[in-house]
Ligand binder design. Structure first.
Ligand code: UDX
Length: 448
């Protein structure tokens, strides 16, 4: 099938690449001409596991193409996926101006009927507004149907998630739109693709369900899912605060809790809290959406508050240990908002860095993927590739992202180059007993 993808960010690029790999003909466009030029030149503008190889193979087979001309992209596909950004406005609500802009372009440029699919995370009722905008700006050039098909892709494992979904949700107004989307996802549902992650030998426990809902339900499913996961993390963090006060160990507590299948073990990891471009903005947008219809989503406001307090708690631990922060050399290990991505948007590490710089600390930092992006935002910090170089002469090591390479640090070696053997661990990567055995002053979350 011929598909158009508007917006080549994390969601658009992964969606376009994976649908091309699944056998469709995909044309992608973006207002960032530099990004399209990079893609045409065979470069991958974001770090996402497996994405480079799919883009190469889809490029070679001619299944994916790129254009700076939105009109060309719009006319190419029978189905158009809108994957543009919906960043938060100062009041927390989602800024939908990019979606509105794309709607106007589609209405102006289409020459045949189109199924317009919202893939970007949007508040409920956006589909209705999108349909209204398409009709209002349409020049009698085809007729538009709208659908919502939220993505549930985790950064870092987005390609794996795309090919092995738990559920594919399609919110539609008519059965024909549902069928069109089922056809698009047929290769994934029937597992007729060569898996780029497992080299064609996927474990057989993947059973993606294809769910057809109303458009408003589909929109709500996305916000409700992400907000629930954020809630779960904040719950674990609140329990972690309690553990510190009562001398319990949060890992023992959350592990046992998670063995109850009604609770589940995932997303109960205490630490620096959630960041990234999804959870913080989705929870805010959900609170704001609820407020517009008179619902006070207090439980989510509390989750948001608990998450913000993580940074304060972390800095309190640092100040308590260092006594005076000004003039101290601190080493930040990890800048990305989580491991296996180069994304630093709303990364707790960057807020930590900002506050330490404001206090007059000399900040040295490293990250396997995110240094380039962080450097642009905080050029006054010092950056290194090697964690041991970062730790040289440091009065404290601060663990901000749970990268595997940091889990494997040889602390005996690191301790020999640090000015003070102090580790404040925002991701609970190490055993407190082992760190103490190695002669470190060590603090983490919920395990004092
Ligand atoms: C999320 C959702 O998981 C995905 O389904 C959605 O569609 C997009 O948003 P992502 O933003 O890539 O994906 O990150 P995710 O892996 O969910 O982690 C979010 C944040 O929570 C990270 O900062 C992570 O470090 C933090 N986290 C996660 C915790 O602090 N504790 C946990 O137990 C789990």
């Amino acid at each position: 099938m011929r598909l158009s993808v508007i917006g080549c960010g994390y969601v658009g690029l992964v969606t376009g690449a994976c649908l091309a790999e699944a056998g469709h003909d995909v044309m992608c466009t973006d207002i960032d001409a530099g990004r399209i030029a990079q893609l045409k030149a065979g470069q991958v503008p974001i770090y996402e596991h497996h994405l480079d190889k799919i883009l190469v193979s889809a490029g070679k087979s001619g299944k994916i193409s790129y254009t700076v001309d939105p009109g060309e992209a719009i006319r190419f596909g029978d189905t158009i996926f809108i994957c543009v950004g919906t960043p938060p406005r100062p009041d927390g609500s989602a800024d939908l101006s990019a979606i509105d802009h794309v709607a106007q372009q589609i209405a102006a440029e289409a020459r045949s009927p189109k199924l317009v699919v919202e893939k970007s995370t949007v508040p409920a009722r956006t589909g209705i507004e999108l349909q209204r905008a398409l009709s209002a700006y349409s020049r009698g050039n085809g007729g538009f149907r709208v659908a919502s098909n939220p993505e549930f892709l985790r950064e870092g494992t987005a390609v794996e998630d795309f090919f092995h979904p738990d559920r594919i949700v399609v919110g539609v107004e008519d059965p024909a739109a549902a069928e069109q989307l089922r056809e698009i996802y047929r290769p994934i549902l029937e597992r007729k693709f060569t898996c780029p992650v497992h080299q064609g030998k996927c474990p057989d426990n993947y059973k993606g369900e294809f769910l057809v809902t109303t458009i408003s339900s589909a929109e709500l499913i996305k916000h409700a899912s992400n907000s629930f996961l954020a809630l779960k993390i904040s719950y674990a963090n609140a329990v972690s605060d309690l553990c510190e006060k009562l001398g319990a160990n949060v890992e023992e507590v959350t592990h046992a809790m998670g063995l109850d299948p009604r609770i589940g073990t995932q997303f109960l990891k205490a630490g620096l809290g959630f960041g990234g471009f999804c959870f913080p903005k989705d929870i805010q947008a959900f609170i704001s959406l609820a407020a517009t219809v008179g619902v006070d989503f207090e439980i989510l406001k509390a989750a948001e508050r608990v998450n913000k307090q993580r940074i304060d708690r972390f800095l309190e631990k640092i100040s308590k240990a260092l006594w005076v922060v000004k003039g101290k050399r601190v080493a930040i290990l990890g800048l990305a908002f989580k491991a296996n991505t180069d994304d630093i948007r709303f990364a707790p590490a960057l807020e930590v860095m900002k506050r330490l710089l404001d206090e007059g600390a000399e900040v040295h930092a490293c990250d396997p993927e995110a240094v380039g992006k962080a450097k642009k935002q905080f050029p006054q910090a010092h950056y290194h590739e090697d964690p041991y170089k970062t730790l040289e002469g440091a009065h404290a090591a601060l663990i901000c992202t749970e990268w595997d390479v940091y889990k494997k640090i040889d602390w005996q070696r690191a301790g020999s180059v640090m000015a003070r053997k102090l580790v404040v661990d925002g991701r609970n990567l190490y055993s407190p007993a082992k760190m103490k055995e190695l002669g470190f002053e060590y603090s983490s979350f919920g395990r004092e």
